[in-house]
Design a protein around this ligand. Structure first.
Ligand SMILES: [Zn+2]
Length: 189
């Protein structure tokens, strides 16, 4: 049996761990939990302009994980990013002395706000499953773009930022892996 060694976290020994995006792991302990970042991801936070005092290995789950979601906003779904931003704004507003750290953070979200706001602006979720393998998907776009496509605008014009794979999610729902399998089968014939 593959016995994974569970890390010791600031909140005690981990009971479960799950990598949610590359180099970012959610850990749960008996009483609390949070996220753990690899050194590489900490460096990326620095490059993203996150204030130095907020760059570290462990982020507790109630408030601090918001920082990770905002720094890597493209890797988390827009509703979660929106909640993360609301949390930072809320905490910085509510506390005074304790909030100095949070106010520094708020200043950063303001300056990198464009990227975060662009992510949050993706307010329409197209979800479903691949009709061939049943693998579930969720694609976020702007509702106005989606409505444009529904009304007959070509998808590459209505949603120009969409990747080819995501475009397929709207048109046939077929996932990348299944397309590759079909192409291989055609090649073999
Ligand atoms: Zn599939």
């Amino acid at each position: 049996m593959n016995q994974e060694i569970m890390p010791i976290t600031p909140w005690g020994p981990a009971l479960t761990t799950e990598e949610v995006t590359a180099g970012v792991t959610i850990v749960e302990t008996e009483g609390h939990g949070g996220m753990r970042l690899t050194l590489g991801r900490q460096t990326e936070m620095r490059l993203a302009g996150v204030p130095e005092e907020w760059i570290k290995e462990w982020y507790e789950e109630d408030c601090e994980v918001a920082v990770v979601m905002l720094a890597f906003c493209d890797e988390f779904d827009p509703p979660s990013v929106a909640r993360a931003l609301k949390m930072v704004v809320g905490i910085a507003d509510d506390l005074d002395l304790l909030a100095a750290r949070w106010k520094v953070l708020l200043a950063w979200t303001g300056s990198s706000g464009t990227k975060i706001n662009e992510r949050i602006a993706l307010n329409y979720c197209h979800s479903g499953t691949c009709p061939l393998c049943n693998y579930p998907f969720q694609v976020y776009v702007r509702e106005s773009e989606y409505l444009g496509w529904k009304s007959g605008v070509l998808i590459q014009e209505a949603m120009p930022d969409l990747s080819l794979d995501d475009r397929e999610r709207f048109q046939t729902g077929i996932c990348h892996g299944c397309w590759e399998t079909m192409e291989r089968q055609l090649d073999d014939e």
